[in-house]
Design a protein around this ligand. Structure first.
Ligand SMILES: Nc1ncnc2c1ncn2[C@@H]1O[C@H](COP(=O)(O)OP(=O)(O)OP(=O)(O)O)[C@@H](O)[C@H]1O
Ligand SMILES: [Mg+2]
Length: 704
């Protein structure tokens, strides 16, 4: 009896184990399983959209942990913070808490990690600041002596390209082809000096500085190589040349026998050429790593055949780097539809009508995505969705952290973390206004520049005391004291309650609520903005209590000091969007939709001039055809986000500035080679289908 009982318990336990996590070979096909189980050398999974590349990465993380590699020794690099958060969730479902230790982040967040730990070797203090694009443009304006934002943005773009290509200011000056470039190179020299003085870095530095650090400091390089037992990279086709160099140093290319590296990617989805990503990295991988194992996946698990056929037809005309065939076992599905719309508002109305009708048949809001080429295209959809009372989120556009009030608070947080962060200093001292005028700030700035100090360090200098009127000086000192006191309190406030008290006292002391009411156009707007502030404070408080994870691979479980939370929030505010998992329709740019999937997708504004974007702008035929190829890949990315239904809409007229102009459908619509009967949504056809469905249901009912 006893024996039988034990046997039964063993069987039950085994069955439960099986139910909670199915064995890998049940959820992976043989090629995926091969990729997941290949642990001892470099490998590349090269496959089309929806074939389970990202799934290979998550399962491989689990496999590595099961094989005994400590989670802290695994780095998985994703393209966005959102993708990192999603991957962490999936890994947690597979291996439980162990997934928390994995360093799961973007290249940029990894760069931050390396610089915070080892930046001292290249003269960077651990508390350095990260400037966002707005800050960078302001600093560049200042360095170049211009007030014109468009000029400054252009300079910023050129400087960023140079930095991405590994040029310093002196080399850029030497290589400049004309006076305009020489001027930008001189601005770049001043800009770099300024960053050094601020102990600040921009986004490009988050890749180039760690690269320099690893290249020049063998001991740091050896430590990172030792520490990382395996590095995995998703969306490898969109890495830039400098990211690839960084990767090679991290895995010990040329220094280790079999570098432990897994890359997954799809050459047909390379859409960041304009930002310096290069398909050459895909070509170079087999040359640089001769033992590279290449695995191809051919089954698509995401989309129906109707959708997949349209995707394959679109990408067909592009030259093939690696030929691939994709098939799906999900059946033919509904035909892809093309909608010709009169104008933007009409397009938005039709999208909303479609969403409502599918929702009435059981779909959730989160099953829908409306994807478009450029941010400004979201507006008509936002208006129509609001009017219809449909919840939505704009991703890849204005995020929570782009709101002015949140940027204000983040400037204060950045200042707490690093008081030498001059752009943050300037924003904090003027929001709310505290009796410090432009002139006073200009004098402070001049003194700081001549003494090569930060603004904060200059606050209490004797020379300043000698040059400023007593009232201005008192206002500046008062500000300095507020920052110092807040720093002190934030360092000692650990856990929920303490953090909440410090944050609320701070907002009261600086009079932030009153400031919002002064600044806003209406009381309603002010109270909405104040609600954002309180929401933000709550979110930080939760982090202090250890309830929320940080991105960038660290997880908080213990209560933490407010200052430490401020450090990570200051980072996240410049790097990522805040995530909320709600049942909402997604509005997104095509670029930001990469790697994601939805049951129902609407591709909007598929017109010549929007996608492909301005095909007439480039004179050089070769450059133009390369650009069209990249736009075609973007269309391919868009189509392959859809799981069950896909609608492609285009405008007969579109707005250009203030005018409406006649518009043409994109060449990519013809390239999808759809059956012409599905290219117009004909209401009579719909009625016929409904009648047929009704008759079939009635017949089934009668048969029962
Ligand atoms: N072996 C499998 N069995 C069942 N479903 C799978 C399998 N492999 C992948 N999937 C599912 O197919 C979908 C696409 O997978 P995944 O996102 O990993 O593809 P991908 O190749 O990374 O796509 P993309 O190129 O768009 O990034 C996901 O919903 C995933 O869960
Ligand atoms: Mg993917």
């Amino acid at each position: 009896m006893m024996q039988w009982w034990c046997h039964r318990r063993r069987l039950l336990r085994a069955a439960l184990r099986r139910r909670s996590s199915p064995p890998m070979h049940d959820t992976l096909n043989p090629a995926q399983l091969e990729a997941v189980c290949y642990l001892h050398g470099p490998s590349l999974v090269l496959a089309g959209a929806g074939s389970g590349k990202t799934r290979v990465i998550t399962h491989k993380i689990a496999r590595l942990i099961q094989a005994g590699l400590a989670p802290e020794r695994i780095a998985a690099i994703t393209f966005t913070n959102k993708a990192a958060a999603e991957m962490r969730e999936r890994a947690r479902a597979l291996v439980g808490k162990a997934a928390q230790g994995v360093l799961l982040c973007t290249f940029h967040a990894l760069g931050v990690r390396i610089l915070r730990e080892d930046g001292a070797a290249i003269g960077l203090k651990a508390q350095f600041s990260i400037l966002d694009t707005d800050d960078v443009v302001n600093v560049i304006k200042d360095c170049g002596g211009t007030t014109d934002r468009t000029t400054a943005r252009h300079w910023q773009w050129v400087i960023s390209q140079w930095k991405g290509a590994g040029l310093d200011a002196a080399t850029a000056l030497a290589r400049a082809r004309d006076e305009a470039e020489r001027q930008i190179a001189r601005v770049m020299a001043r800009y770099q000096e300024r960053l050094q003085a601020y102990q600040a870095v921009d986004f490009d530095d988050l890749i180039t500085l760690p690269l320099r650090l690893l290249r020049e400091h063998a001991e740091v390089r050896a430590r990172w190589q030792q520490r990382l037992g395996h590095v995995l990279v998703d969306e490898y086709q969109d890495t830039s040349a400098t990211q690839y160099e960084l990767l090679k140093h991290l895995v010990g290319h040329g220094e280790r026998d079999d570098p432990r590296l897994t890359c997954v990617g799809d050459d047909d989805q390379s859409i960041y050429g304009w930002r310096g990503a290069t398909l050459d990295n895909l070509r170079r991988l087999p040359q640089d790593f001769p033992t590279l194992k290449v695995i191809k996946l051919e089954q698509n698990y995401r989309s129906t055949n109707a959708i997949l056929r349209a995707a394959n037809a679109v990408i067909g005309p592009n030259p093939k780097l690696f030929p691939k065939t994709l098939w799906s076992a999900l059946g033919e599905g509904e035909p892809v539809r093309v909608l010709a719309c009169d104008h933007e508002e009409h397009e938005a109305e039709r999208a909303v009508a479609r969403i409502q009708s599918l929702r009435a048949r059981g779909a959730a809001w989160r099953d829908f995505a409306i994807l478009y080429r450029a941010n400004h295209q979201s507006r008509a959809f936002e208006v129509a969705l609001r009017r219809a009372n449909i919840p939505y989120r704009v991703s890849g556009g204005t995020s929570f952290f782009d709101r002015a009030e949140i940027k204000d608070l983040c400037a204060w947080l950045r200042l707490l973390v690093n008081e030498d962060d001059d752009p943050a200093f300037l924003r904090a001292i003027t929001t709310p206004k505290r009796g410090v005028g432009h002139q006073t700030l200009a004098q402070l700035g001049q003194l700081a520049a001549s003494a090569r100090l930060s603004l904060f360090e200059t606050l209490f200098s004797h020379t300043l005391a000698a040059t400023l009127p007593a009232r201005s000086l008192a206002a500046l000192h008062e500000f300095g004291r507020t920052v110092a006191e807040l720093q002190y309190r934030a360092r000692h406030a650990v856990g929920h309650e303490a953090a909440r008290a410090v944050l609320h006292d701070w907002l009261r002391d600086i009079g932030y609520e009153a400031h919002l009411y002064e600044q806003s156009d209406s009381e309603q707007q002010a109270s909405a903005r104040w609600a954002h502030v309180l929401d933000f404070v709550d979110w930080m408080v939760q982090r202090c209590g250890g309830q929320i994870d940080d991105s960038g691979g660290t997880t908080a479980r213990e209560p933490r000091p407010l200052l430490e939370v401020a450090q990570t929030v200051a980072l996240i505010s410049t790097l990522s969007e805040r995530e909320q998992d709600q049942d909402v329709v997604t509005l997104s740019t095509l670029h930001a939709a990469k790697g994601l999937e939805w049951p129902h997708v609407i591709l909007a504004g598929i017109n010549e001039g929007l996608l492909p974007f301005k095909p007439e702008a480039d004179g050089d035929a070769q450059a133009l055809s390369a650009r069209i190829e990249e736009e075609r890949r973007l269309m391919y990315v868009g189509i392959t986000r859809a799981q069950r239904t896909l609608v492609v809409s285009w405008l007969k007229q579109r707005k250009q500035g203030r005018e409406r102009v006649a518009a043409q459908p994109s060449r990519f619509i013809a390239e999808m080679q759809l059956d012409p009967t599905t290219t117009q949504e004909d209401p009579r056809a719909k009625l016929r289908a409904l009648r047929e469905e009704f008759a079939a249901r009635a017949a089934a009912h009668a048969a029962r």
